[in-house]
Design a protein around this ligand. Structure first.
Ligand code: MG
Ligand code: MG
Length: 578
């Protein structure tokens, strides 16, 4: 289907918006009146600018407070039709009346809209009538359709807007009763579920499909079943997008439509972690020390790059001695068919990173996530496994008794204004499912966190909003799974207590009040959580550079990440950093 976006959805001047939208691959735009009013170019020039960029002007909007008025005013409409002819726009959005002067009279509304459509026809223009969720008398899409049917004019149809329909909790199944040719336009927006005034909700919190909680895909199915063949058009009012880089927002927007439409290249989602890669100083003594204490052994070195492979069980860590401060730089995801995974990523506008590789090295494709983490889509097993690029120079990793078995999750810091973009990226490109969004206090403010999980046994990621300001705590970590955390904690406490993050006694006083727990937890500095499905025990190491490690043990079917304990961890890290 053709893809369109309202100019209000991205930042900048009208010409900047058009360029950004065209660059992201959109076919058309809805021109918002306000963007036109503030543009120094005459309508003819805007029209040719759009045409040069390959953009169709799908609709001009909005035309407000017209129908069901005590007196008919076609003069204002006539001026807009003349403007639209100069602009080359053939469709005008009329949204339902919010004026206190409007009359609760469907017959009058239908009659006036019929006269408007008749006048529009003289200019070759059509009218799309939209029920605003806060319209004075018309605020349900089936009501706007009733009026359009009563008016019975070929140049009058409805505009459906997923926000107005879903924010009111209306059942979108009724869309299927509207003949496709009478649905003149479809506007799509998602939104988080918020208990607030619907107008404020709409003006500030709309987001792209897949970034909120509405079933936009379900609504689209009904619209398709009705026989609609027009464009999918995003109409998003969002305080963040209004400030963000227009090109970046336009790409995010296009990704949401490709994902919604289901037209991305198909690929099996990743089945787990192949590795986590840490950027490291040239002499990574601190990291080597920490890994050794955790039971890892260096098992290999890259054939052509300063990269070391450290292993324990199925947990694999790469130290890439780039000379930078230690940080989580990349993750390798076990992909059943890496070539398909890369094609999927490309079809969802993920930047594919150019790789330098020696002639005999395995193909290893990486994409850049919005947070700049590199995601390798790869295979550990031979042939063409990524390990073939490493020569073994240490003991082969075997499952050590009571040791680390595999990577449980990685936590990635997200710039706050790209959080929704990141969620949609990980969801659409990698097939991860977002879990509940959590917010908890830390010494810097409120930390927002959302876990994203793959199918059973697949990768788990926790996205955290990065704190702003000086002295911030690191929010990147690699969590390592084990079967006996008390044994690991005991060994670390005996051999390297300096590497463990100390946990305050007050935490254990509270924990023991809430749960019957092993007194060894207090003694060893192990944190604890439980839910209806199981238990979670975890401990943290000190931070090296910008990264730290977590050791976790899941008991039973616990699916969380010990988020209840995160404020304690953050407060201790804060104290340690100062
Ligand atoms: Mg709308
Ligand atoms: Mg964690």
């Amino acid at each position: 289907m053709r893809k369109s976006i309202a100019t209000v959805s991205v930042s900048g001047t009208l010409t900047e918006k058009l360029e950004a939208v065209a660059a992201a691959g959109f076919d058309g735009v809805e021109i918002f009146e306000n963007d036109l009013l503030t543009c120094p170019l005459p309508p003819e020039e805007i029209r040719s600018r759009a045409a040069d960029l390959g953009l169709t002007i799908e609709m001009y909007q909005p035309f407000r407070d017209f129908e069901a008025m005590p007196e008919l005013d076609l003069r204002r409409a006539e001026r807009k039709f003349q403007l639209m002819e100069r602009l080359g726009a053939g469709l005008l959005l009329v949204c339902s009346n919010v004026s206190p002067r409007a009359v609760d009279d469907d017959d009058l509304a239908a009659e006036q809209l019929r006269l408007l459509a008749e006048r529009a026809a003289g200019h070759g223009i059509r009218i799309a009538y939209e029920a605003l969720a806060w319209g004075r008398y018309v605020n349900e899409y089936l009501h706007s359709w009733r009026i359009v049917r009563m008016a019975d004019h070929p140049n009058l149809g409805v505009c459906l807007d997923s926000f107005h329909i879903l924010s009111r909790g209306s059942d979108p199944i009724g869309i299927e009763a509207i003949p496709g040719e009478k649905i003149f336009f479809l506007q799509l927006a998602d939104a988080p579920l918020l208990a607030m005034d619907v107008l404020q909700w709409s003006r500030h919190y709309r987001c792209f499909p897949g970034q909120g909680s509405f079933d936009v895909a379900g609504l689209l199915t009904h619209v398709r079943n009705a026989g609609y063949t027009g464009p999918l058009s995003l109409e998003v009012f969002n305080d963040h997008f209004r400030q963000a880089d227009a090109h970046r927002t336009a790409v995010d927007a296009m990704r949401s439509l490709v994902a919604l439409e289901g037209s991305a290249h198909p690929a099996e989602p990743p089945t787990g972690f192949a590795f986590a890669e840490l950027a490291a100083p040239r002499d990574p003594a601190g990291l080597r020390d920490l890994l050794t204490a955790l039971g890892f052994a260096r098992s290999g070195a890259h054939g052509s790059k300063p990269v070391e492979l450290w292993e324990q069980g199925r947990a694999r860590l790469l130290l890439n001695r780039t000379g930078e401060e230690a940080a989580l730089a990349a993750i390798g995801l076990e992909s059943p068919e890496p070539a398909d995974a890369v094609k999927r990523a490309e079809s969802l506008l993920a930047p594919v990173l150019p790789r330098e590789r020696a002639p005999r090295e395995a193909p290893l494709d990486a994409i850049a996530a919005p947070d700049a983490t590199q995601i390798f889509l790869c295979r550990t097993a031979q042939p063409y496994g990524w390990r073939e690029d490493f020569t073994q120079d240490g003991p082969a990793a075997g499952p050590a008794a009571g040791g680390i078995t595999h990577l449980d999750h990685v936590a990635l810091a997200q710039p706050w204004h790209y959080f929704d973009e990141a969620e949609l990226f990980y969801r659409s490109v990698l097939g991860l499912t977002p879990q509940e969004s959590l917010e908890f206090p830390d010494p810097y403010g409120l930390l927002r966190s959302k876990a994203m999980t793959g199918p059973a046994g697949g990768p788990r990621m926790v996205l955290n909003v990065a704190q702003v300001g000086a002295g911030q705590a690191p929010s990147q970590h690699v969590a390592l799974a084990c079967d006996d955390i008390l044994a690991i904690a005991r060994r670390l406490r005996a051999e390297r207590p300096d590497l463990l993050l100390p946990i305050p006694g007050n935490y254990y006083d509270d924990l023991e009040a809430r749960h019957e727990v092993d007194p060894a937890l207090r003694e060893l500095g192990v944190l604890y959580d439980r839910d209806e499905d199981g238990e979670f025990l975890h401990l943290y190491t000190i931070t090296v550079g910008r990264v730290f490690f977590e050791v976790v043990q899941r008991v039973g079917g616990y699916h969380g990440y010990g988020a209840v304990n995160a404020p304690v961890r953050l407060a201790v890290q804060h104290a340690h950093a100062h």
